[in-house]
Design a protein around this ligand. Structure first.
Ligand SMILES: NC(=O)c1ccc[n+]([C@@H]2O[C@H](COP(=O)([O-])OP(=O)(O)OC[C@H]3O[C@@H](n4cnc5c(N)ncnc54)[C@H](OP(=O)(O)O)[C@@H]3O)[C@@H](O)[C@H]2O)c1
Length: 312
């Protein structure tokens, strides 16, 4: 079994890599996970589980046959890939698996770059937030060469994910599915935020509303409601939001660009995105994608902050 490497230990990456390392530790003949991140101290919990730190991405790639990445956005991924493709390092037969949410065009460029070095690229974006990543219950959409997905699927199914949706050999397809899925995610956050502001202002109360949301509309919608009622939409400044607002704005912008090329209108997403941009302007980077709720509160003549969120 080839060595497995991991780059990117943010809100999602650390949880996913932790499950992967725990799984690999059960296989006596498999090497520990080799990990890297811009902020290496984020990997301390992984090291405590037996994973091995490597500060240099090129050195990590040199030692591994399968390399997972989970980073913020397209440019971070492109920089990482260029580090290895622009060097003389051999990448022959290596498999790069990116789980970040990126534009299909970035996927296409990355596939071509790696192909010229005889390496494979699998686009494997994920559905589900940090608590679902911690539970190893994410949904993965994967696409790319069959040889690569056959090797990688056992590292995902039942380890980091509860379901793998196979989108075939064209890696751009799974990136497209992820962006389409986030049209629903962001609209649902807006809908839950609107309902909760309505419930608070009318005197109905957020607790009854949350019971209904969780039971009638399912655990995902219920989880979004909890981000509001627990104040997680605006967490303390020294913490990391579950799904940072800038990441969701990036995803929405990818959807708008693709929609425009295909004459599709996304009016609901437009409203939600304007509210996320306003939330970021008001409260800064350290807010969750559900922080459109704070703007909806302001529009209803309440404070951006609620009793459980940070206050400024
Ligand atoms: N959070 C969610 O609920 C969720 C769900 C599904 C998909 N996604 C997608 O998954 C990806 C990761 O999300 P996340 O929530 O884990 O993000 P995050 O917590 O912001 O973590 C981002 C990761 O990228 C690294 N990074 C950022 N800028 C960098 C740079 N300039 N150079 C090198 N590394 C850099 C960070 O390193 P540091 O640790 O050093 O900052 C960190 O490892 C995103 O594409 C997001 O859209 C997120």
């Amino acid at each position: 079994m080839t060595r497995v490497g991991w780059y990117g230990l943010g809100s999602m990456g650390l949880a996913m890599a932790t499950n992967l390392q725990k799984h690999m530790a059960t296989k006596v003949t498999v090497n520990s996970l080799l990990y890297s991140n811009r902020t290496m101290t984020r990997g301390d919990p992984l090291k405590a589980l037996g994973a091995t730190p490597e500060t240099n991405f090129s050195k990590l790639v040199a030692q591994c046959g399968v390399i997972f990445t989970m980073v913020s956005n397209d440019s971070v991924l492109q920089n990482l890939i260029s580090t290895v493709t622009d060097s003389n390092q051999s990448l022959k037969d290596k498999i790069f698996v990116d789980c970040s949410t990126i534009h299909p065009e970035t996927v296409g460029l990355t596939v071509a770059k790696l192909k010229s070095k005889q390496a494979d690229f699998l686009a494997a974006p994920v559905f589900g937030g940090n608590p679902i990543a911690v539970d190893g219950k994410l949904i993965f959409a994967i696409a790319g060469p069959k040889r690569a997905s056959d090797i990688v699927k056992p590292l995902i199914q039942g380890v980091m994910g509860r379901r793998v949706i196979d989108c075939g050999e064209d890696a751009k397809k799974s990136a497209l599915l992820k962006i389409a899925g986030n049209i629903i995610t962001i609209n649902l956050m807006e809908a839950v935020g609107e309902a909760q502001v309505f419930a608070e202002r009318t005197g109905l109360g957020t607790s009854a509303m949350e019971d209904l949301i969780g039971d009638a509309f399912g655990p995902v919608a219920g989880g979004y409601s909890k981000r509001l009622t627990t104040g997680a939409y605006a967490p303390p400044l020294d913490s990391r939001p579950g799904f940072g607002v800038s990441l969701a704005i990036k995803d929405a912008n990818h959807a708008f660009a693709i929609a425009k090329e295909n004459s599709v209108e996304l009016p609901g997403l437009q409203v939600a995105t304007e509210n996320m941009v306003a939330a970021r302007e008001y409260a800064g980077e350290c807010v969750d994608s559900s922080s459109m709720y704070g703007i909806l509160r302001q529009k209803a003549e309440m404070e951006f902050w609620n009793e459980k969120s940070r206050k400024g």
